[in-house]
Design a protein around this ligand. Structure first.
Ligand code: FEO
Ligand code: CA
Ligand code: CA
Length: 722
């Protein structure tokens, strides 16, 4: 028996799959020069955007109509003391706040399943009704007394959360093993079942903590083995034909579910991120050239598959499906799993309130390393718009605009509304211009050169476009970004924020600096890094504040950095002890308009564990044009600790990810992912959540570290963070 690596690298930091020739610096410079001449009345884009919609509306107002003045809302202000950076094995929150664990790896979802035992003896099958591992994106849906969605309910709700990955070294009695080159069936199946999604009913206690309601029949796990339906352009296409369904209408499961989304019709969106590395593939000679181009572009290149699940049994297709090779060129796609990789990389819609409903893969939204899918506030009579990042170095930002316009009558229609707004529409990819403007490039078959004779890939149908979205985006000339993570839309300004977590490739010939990804520097302090090791948060304002617009203006809200870093190339946003950070990743606006920022970092972890900050962010154009090193860019007004402040620091070796709140803004839920990820059973580096902190759980120095959902609330019962 050989012990395997504790946990696989889901971020593919070392995989550089975007070798397309998309905009280089020179091209951006050219674009910038030519656009200079076309900006309204010679006004610079920044000046135009600083004047904003008020002046534009004024220009068009030829009559003397009196515009009613809205009552100003009370100013949003942060009202807590910043948490100091630290490396403790606890969750640290501001004075006056409490932390309680709600739902940790292995916790049962019904009363017949035994409690988690800290010895790895839980069966694979029992994980059908236990919390999976690596908690990630998450949404709270208020639960009314009739078991239906109640948007205002805060005392009980359904928490939907993703289980992105596993720390396999802690799941089994003796770590992950291989016997005679094969993974034991029970181990492989447990690892598979620890992925996916949980729907868990929770109830608020008098203390402010929340506990799982094990009696609720809506509690369920969705795993990589759950039957799912395909909807949209790729459904029933040749690309999704597998041994499992020759008609390509159904498939199994969801995988590496990272960030999330939630719809105005009461459903949960879970997004498939780094699925590519799970597959074994070694069949180059039997593939068509177009297939090879796609497999390479999506990083399906492993000779073993990250967890070697395909070795578990030669006869059981729950395992053989993870081998995506063509095993016999004479056979057809409905006899093997050559297309199984095409069944992942989607946004998946789940109705939390109908436990029997199969999740639906919404293929119109494209296939890539989907980070999340965030919907702009809907307006009656306007299309529904989704923003989505593709998280890998040098990948792109996308949006999807529904063909149908929003009708308030669909507000409780569940998956039927999903069919209406998510199966038909236009997919776009972003191009960030050097002059502070941007453009959405349409990814529709027959448009922008996405035709059968396209040199990158033969786009014979919209199914071909959505299955090979990255190739379509390469072809139209999208901008390569510093790993697009979560998107968030401000409910107050409508502006869209996007975390660009880091990019060790920035500054190389394939990813030269550009206006939207302007920093290339070396972090020489403690845990080092190159390119853009700390990341930044970009934001944009759609033209005329219309989310369906095809043009926008952008600037960088904040450049992440260590507080003591050099200030002309690295800490250019002037971050200080109470708000410095590295590798922003999770991002979410609460309904009040507070921005929550979470980190998944490796460059500042010699000083602090990962963290969450709260912000009252400004607006695109509140700063101005600047130059970093020799690269011109647009930077927002520098944040201060008044409007950007650290709210939480996590336990050792964790990532902070996933955030949602109750509608009364009094409970905030956060996920702690992979605490102690660098340890092993022989030498654990964290015992969280079983640590010596009376407000968390009991201390146990022999406890295996576990990913978990926590709730944070105020001792005085008031709203969070203000
Ligand atoms: Fe799963 Fe991009 O974080
Ligand atoms: Ca560092
Ligand atoms: Ca993430």
């Amino acid at each position: 028996m050989t012990e395997q690596k504790t946990y696989i690298d889901q971020h593919q930091e070392e995989t550089d799959v975007n070798t397309s020739k998309n905009p280089h610096f020179n091209e951006l410079l050219q674009t910038r020069l030519s656009r200079r001449q076309t900006v309204i009345s010679g006004m610079s884009a920044t000046a135009a955007m600083m004047l904003g919609s008020v002046s534009l509306a004024g220009c068009g107002n030829s009559d003397d109509t009196v515009v009613p003045v809205a009552t100003p809302e009370p100013e949003l202000k942060l009202g807590f003391s910043p948490v100091a950076k630290n490396m403790l094995d606890v969750v640290t929150v501001p004075a006056g706040y409490e932390v309680a664990v709600v739902y940790a790896l292995g916790d049962p979802l019904d009363s017949t399943t035994a409690a988690w035992k800290n010895d790895g003896t839980e069966t694979a099958d029992s994980y059908q009704m236990r919390a999976g591992d690596h908690h990630d994106g998450m949404s709270f849906f208020g639960l009314g007394s009739t078991g239906k969605w109640d948007k205002k309910a805060s005392s009980q709700g359904l928490l939907c959360l993703n289980h992105e990955n596993i720390s396999s070294g802690f799941l089994h009695p003796n770590g992950a093993t291989t016997v005679d080159g094969k993974r034991p069936v029970e181990e492989a199946l447990k690892e598979i079942n620890c992925h996916g999604v949980s729907v868990v009913a929770i109830a608020r206690q008098t203390t402010g903590a929340f506990t799982v309601d094990k009696s609720n029949t809506l509690n369920r796990r969705v795993t990589p083995n759950t039957v799912m339906e395909y909807h949209g352009p790729a459904a029933a296409s040749r690309f999704l034909v597998t041994k499992y369904d020759a008609k390509a209408k159904k498939g199994r499961g969801t995988l590496n579910n990272c960030a999330n989304g939630y719809t105005p019709w009461g459903t949960y969106l879970t997004c498939e991120e780094n699925w590519a590395g799970y597959f074994k593939r070694d069949d180059d000679t039997l593939r068509a050239a177009s297939d090879l181009a796609s497999l390479k572009r999506y990083g399906v290149t492993s000779k073993t598959g990250a967890n070697s699940w395909s070795t578990a049994s030669d006869t059981d297709d729950r395992f053989t499906r993870w081998n995506t090779s063509i095993l016999d060129a004479a056979k057809t796609a409905d006899t093997d799993f050559r297309n199984e990789v095409n069944t992942f990389g989607w946004v998946v819609e789940i109705d939390p309130f109908t436990a029997s409903a199969a999740p639906r893969k919404r293929t119109a939204l494209g296939r890539f390393a989907h980070e999340g899918a965030v919907i702009a506030p809907v307006k009656v009579g306007k299309a529904v718009v989704f923003y989505m990042g593709d998280d890998s170095r040098g990948e792109y930002v996308y949006k999807f605009v529904s063909a149908k316009v929003w009708d308030e009558a669909d507000a409780t229609a569940g998956l039927t509304a999903g069919d209406k707004y998510m199966n038909d529409g236009k997919l776009y990819v972003a191009k960030f211009n050097a002059d502070g403007t941007g453009k959405w490039l349409e990814l529709t078959q027959g448009v922008n050169g996405l035709t059968t004779d396209n040199a990158v890939y033969p786009f014979t149908s919209q199914a071909a476009v959505v299955v090979h979205t990255r190739l379509a985006a390469d072809s139209v000339g999208a901008t390569k970004m510093d790993r697009p993570e979560w998107t968030a839309v401000s409910p107050k300004t409508g502006e869209v924020y996007l975390t660009l977590t880091n990019n060790s490739n920035r500054g190389t010939s394939s990813n030269p600096v550009d206006a939207a990804n302007p920093r290339n520097y070396t972090d020489e302090d403690g845990n080092k890094g190159k390119g853009n090791p700390h990341g930044h948060i970009i934001r944009w304002k759609e033209a005329a504040d219309d989310h369906t617009a095809t043009t926008f203006t952008w600037d960088v809200y904040v450049f992440a950095a260590e507080e003591d870093a050099e200030k002309t190339k690295i800490n250019v946003s002037g971050l200080t002890a109470g708000n410095d950070m590295s590798s922003p990743d999770g991002l979410w606006f609460d309904q009040r308009g507070l921005l929550w920022i979470q980190t998944d970092d490796g460059a500042y972890t010699d000083v602090t564990n990962c963290m969450m900050l709260a912000a009252v962010a400004g607006k695109v154009g509140d700063g101005g044009k600047t130059t970093i090193d020799t690269q011109d860019t647009f930077k927002g007004k520098n944040p201060t600790e008044e409007n950007l402040r650290r709210f939480l620091v996590g336990p050792k070796e964790c990532e902070i990810t996933g955030v949602t709140m109750t509608p009364d803004n009094k409970s905030i839920f956060v996920n702690i992912q992979h605490p102690g990820e660098n340890g092993s059973l022989a030498k654990m580096s964290s015992n969280w959540p079983d640590v010596a902190n009376p407000t968390q759980v009991n201390a146990n120095a022999a406890a295996r570290p576990r990913s978990a959902t926590i709730v944070i609330y105020r001792k005085d019962g008031k709203e969070i963070a203000v």
